[in-house]
Write a protein that binds this ligand. Structure first.
Ligand code: ADP
Ligand code: 5GP
Length: 200
């Protein structure tokens, strides 16, 4: 049987560059899978069902929540929409020995820490001014949504100390290399633990 893969939680204020970093790391580190969440948020232009998210309405989201055990490993209301990580997909991929990346908010990260062993990484912007520039520059949200996400950013940053690692996404290449290094090191630590258990 394959060794159980790692569960990796990534959180960051919206617009910080988490998706960009994650895609770059996944492109050059084999054995990683991105957990596609369910959300009640509408798709942005260019987003595809089943690639960025599974787009569902509130009753569909609620039905998954109400399953016993819950269909979600964690879920939360973020910036006025619901988001959740389907339990089954994550568990199946870990069982195949794949490392699974969850891109989830700070509330979801707290739930995952309670439920499972996870490596947690917080990505911060170099400043709030730069965060605003990136969020506006991305051009995917209207002005009201940008304002809401910026207002939430300061509060989210307070949670950074709850994470195992902090990466400041200033120079993109350096942030990508930092995440890649964390994953490589955590794989070695995980393997050492497994070998230790077997030796006993
Ligand atoms: P998130 O997934 O955290 O919401 P994105 O990955 O969509 O953020 O990035 C938001 C915007 O910031 C994108 O336009 C992206 O190209 C840009 N960006 C990401 N990292 C950097 C960086 N280090 N320097 C400058 N711009 C960046
Ligand atoms: P966006 O709408 O920009 O894609 O995501 C907004 C926020 O929701 C981000 O902070 C992202 O990490 C978070 N998010 C995405 N999927 C999930 C999920 O399944 N659970 C939780 N708790 N947060 C999520």
């Amino acid at each position: 049987m394959a060794e159980q893969g790692l569960l990796v939680v990534l959180s960051a204020p919206s617009g910080c560059g988490k998706t960009t970093i994650c895609r770059r790391v996944m492109a050059n580190l084999p054995g990683l899978r991105f957990s596609v969440s369910h959300t009640t948020r509408g798709p942005r232009s260019g987003e595809k069902e089943g690639r960025e998210y599974f787009f569902v309405d509130q009753p569909q989201f609620q039905a998954l929540c109400d399953q016993t055990p819950s269909g979600f490993l964690e879920w939360a209301e973020v910036h006025g929409n619901y988001y959740g990580t389907a339990r089954e997909g994550v568990e199946n991929q870990q069982a195949m020995g794949l490392d699974v990346i969850l891109d989830i908010d700070v509330q979801g990260a707290r739930q995952v820490r309670q439920a499972a062993a996870a490596v947690t990484v917080f990505i911060a912007p170099p400043s709030l001014t730069e965060l605003e520039r990136r969020l506006r520059g991305r051009g995917t949200e209207d002005a009201g949504t940008v304002a809401l996400r910026l207002a939430n950013a300061e509060q989210e940053m307070q949670a950074a100390r709850e994470y195992d690692y902090l990466i400041v996404n200033d120079v993109l290449d350096e942030a990508v290399e930092s995440l890649r290094s964390i994953l490589i090191a955590e794989r070695l630590r995980h393997r050492r633990t497994l070998v230790g258990k077997r030796a006993l």
